[in-house]
Write a protein that binds this ligand. Structure first.
Ligand code: FAD
Length: 486
C-alpha cells in the first residue's frame, strides 16, 4: 500500500487526506496545533464558545461531496441550515438593509432602501451568474498549470466568452456602471473582502462572488462552523487516516529531486507522496532546504488580514442577525488606509458575527458571543499594540452609537486575534487570511500551482495556492490534487 503524508490538518489538508484514503493510500497527517481545522477551529472563553475564523459558510455541496464520495450519508456526520437573511447592513445615515436570501425579496429591499431599482439589482446578479458560468470550470475546478486543462470543449466554450468576465476594469468601476446610490455600490464592493482584496483594484471578474452567496445561499452548520472540520476529521478517521497533533513538520526531505520523507521532532517519516497544506511561502522558506521562495510568489501582494475581538456580551440585541455589517462613512479611504498606508482607518467597517443567534448554547441565556472583526493589512511590522488599542476604542464607539447603548459596559470577557497571532497559530505568512491578494487580473495565474515541476511527489493544497482562499476554494484545491493523481 502506498503511503501519503499530509502536512497540516487545515480544511484542505483533511479533505486531501479523505480523498487519498479513498484512492487507496495509507494516509498520515502531521499537524502542528493541538486540534484539526487550522483557521477553521474553535475556542472556549468562560461560558462562551467561538468559531475562531470563518463564519460565513457557502457552497456546502463541496463538504457533502466528501461524505458522498466515501459512500456515507452526509447528514449522519454534518448538518446545516440555510439562512433566510444572509446579513444585516447598517449605514452611517441610519439606513438598515437586510440581505434576504430570496433574490426578488432582496432586490425589492434594495430598491426600497436605496435610489436604485430592483431591475438593476437583478441585472447585476445576472452578470455575476454569467461570470460564474464562464470562470467556474476554467479557474476553479481544475489546474491552471497543466496544458491538458485547456484542451476541453468546456474550456474552449469559456475562452470564447472570455471578454464577458470583465477582467480589465476594477470591481468598483463595474459596480458604479450599474448603480447610482453609494449604498448599493458599497454593498457590492464589500464582496472583494471575501478573498482579502481591494474593490478599487481587484478586477471586475470578482463580481462573481455575490453569485456564490445569492444563488447558492449562505448556511450555518448546526454544530457551529467548527463542525465542518470536526465532522470531516471524523470521516477521515473512519477511513483509516491517522492524525498526529502537536507535530510540526520541520523539513521535507528530498532525494534525487523527489520528496521522500518529512522530519518531525528529529524523526524521519518516509512516504511515496507528500502534500503540504502549509502556506506555500512557509513551505519553501521553512521546509525545503536549498529552495528559495519562488520569485513570482515573493512579488505577489499578500491578501489582507483581520483584527478580531471575541467578546462575551452580557445582554442580547434583537435588532442584530447572525451576520451584521456596520459600514464606514468613507469606504474608499478605508481601503486606501489598508492597502496604501498599511494602517487601520479610524472609522472602520465592522463585522459582527453572533453564532449564538442560531446555536443558543454558544452563550449563556440572555448573553451573546460576538465575533467582532475589521479588515486590516497583513503584518509588515506595524506597531500593532498601538493600532489595536485605537481600533478597539473606535469600534466600541461606533457600535455604541449605532446600537444606542454603551457596548463597553456589556463586554464580560475578551480574547483578541491579530495578524501576528494568525501567522503564529496557523503559519500563514504575514497573517494573510487568503494567501496572496486578487488585486490584479493576473492573480489567478500567478498563484502557486498545486504541484511543482521541480520536485516529484510533492503537492500543495489550501488557501495559499490555486484556486485560492476561503472554505469552498480550499476544498476545491484538494479535489484538483486528487485529479492530478489520476
Ligand atoms: P489553514 O486553515 O491555514 O490550515 C493549515 C494547517 O496547517 C494549520 O492547522 C497549521 O497549524 C498546519 N501547519 C502549517 N505548517 C505546518 C507544519 N510545518 N507542520 C504541521 N502542521 C502545519 N473563509 C470562508 O470561506 N468564509 C469566511 O467567513 C472566512 N472568514 C475568515 C475569517 C478569519 C478570521 C480567517 C483567519 C479566515 C477566514 N476565512 C474564511 C478563510 C478560511 O479560513 C481559509 O481560507 C481556510 O480555512 C484555509 O484552510 P487551509 O486548509 O488552506 O489552511
Amino acid at each position: 500500500m502506498s503511503k501519503a503524508i499530509i502536512i497540516g490538518a487545515g480544511i484542505a489538508g483533511i479533505a486531501t487526506a479523505i480523498r487519498l484514503a479513498l484512492k487507496g493510500y495509507q494516509v498520515e497527517v502531521f499537524e502542528a496545533g493541538s486540534i484539526a481545522g487550522g483557521k477553521l477551529s474553535e475556542m472556549k472563553l468562560n461560558d462562551f464558545r467561538f468559531d475562531m475564523g470563518p463564519s460565513l459558510f457557502t457552497m456546502p455541496q463541496y463538504v457533502d461531496e466528501l461524505f458522498t464520495l466515501a459512500g456515507k450519508n452526509p447528514s449522519d456526520y454534518f448538518q446545516y441550515k440555510k439562512l433566510d437573511i444572509v446579513c444585516n447592513y447598517f449605514y452611517e445615515d441610519g439606513t438598515r438593509i437586510s440581505a434576504f436570501a430570496d433574490r426578488n425579496k432582496f432586490a425589492e429591499e434594495m430598491a426600497a432602501k436605496t435610489e436604485d431599482n430592483a431591475a438593476s439589482i437583478i441585472r447585476f446578479l445576472e452578470k455575476s451568474k454569467t461570470i460564474y458560468e464562464i470562470t467556474n470550470s476554467v479557474f476553479l475546478q481544475r489546474s491552471l498549470h497543466k496544458w491538458s486543462s485547456y484542451f476541453s470543449w468546456q474550456t474552449f466554450k469559456s475562452l470564447i466568452r472570455f471578454p464577458q468576465i470583465d477582467a480589465f476594469r476594477s470591481m468598483n468601476q463595474s459596480i458604479e456602471s450599474y448603480f447610482k446610490d453609494y449604498k448599493t455600490i458599497r454593498f457590492f464592493n464589500r464582496y472583494a473582502t471575501y478573498n482579502g482584496s481591494n474593490p478599487y483594484k481587484a478586477p471586475a471578474t470578482l463580481n462573481v462572488i455575490p453569485h456564490f452567496e445569492q444563488y447558492f445561499g449562505a448556511y450555518f452548520p448546526v454544530g457551529g462552523m467548527y463542525s465542518i472540520s470536526s465532522s470531516l476529521e471524523q470521516l477521515a478517521r473512519d477511513l483509516g487516516v491517522t492524525f498526529n497533533f502537536n507535530s510540526y513538520v520541520e523539513e521535507i526531505v528530498l532525494d534525487k529531486g523527489r520528496a521522500k520523507a518529512v522530519m518531525v521532532n528529529g524523526l524521519s517519516y518516509g512516504a511515496d507522496l507528500i502534500v503540504s497544506n502549509m502556506d506555500v511561502w512557509y513551505t519553501y522558506q521553512n521546509l525545503l532546504k536549498n529552495f528559495a521562495v519562488p520569485e513570482r510568489i515573493q512579488k505577489q501582494e499578500r491578501s489582507s488580514s483581520a483584527l478580531i475581538f471575541y467578546w462575551g456580551i452580557n445582554r442580547s440585541f434583537p435588532e442584530l442577525e447572525m451576520h451584521n455589517i456596520f459600514f464606514t462613512e468613507n469606504y474608499r479611504e478605508e481601503f486606501k488606509q489598508i492597502w496604501e498606508d498599511k494602517s487601520i482607518y479610524h472609522d472602520p467597517t465592522i463585522y459582527v458575527n453572533i453564532s449564538s443567534k442560531s446555536k443558543s448554547d454558544d452563550a449563556p441565556k440572555g448573553s451573546e458571543n460576538w465575533f467582532t472583526m475589521i479588515n486590516v493589512p497583513s503584518n509588515t511590522g506595524q506597531n500593532w499594540d498601538e493600532l489595536i488599542a485605537d481600533a478597539r476604542k473606535n469600534m466600541i464607539d461606533k457600535l455604541s452609537k449605532n446600537l444606542g447603548c454603551d457596548i463597553s459596559q456589556h463586554i464580560s470577557c475578551e480574547e483578541i486575534l491579530d495578524p501576528r497571532s494568525i501567522d503564529s497559530k496557523t503559519f500563514s505568512y504575514q497573517g494573510s487570511l487568503y494567501g496572496s491578494s486578487s488585486n490584479s487580473q493576473f492573480s489567478a495565474f500567478l498563484r502557486h500551482a498545486n504541484f511543482t515541476s521541480k520536485i516529484e511527489g510533492l503537492y500543495f493544497v489550501g488557501g495559499s495556492v490555486h484556486p485560492g482562499g476561503g472554505i469552498p476554494l480550499a476544498l476545491l484545491s484538494a479535489k484538483i490534487v486528487d485529479e492530478l493523481l489520476n
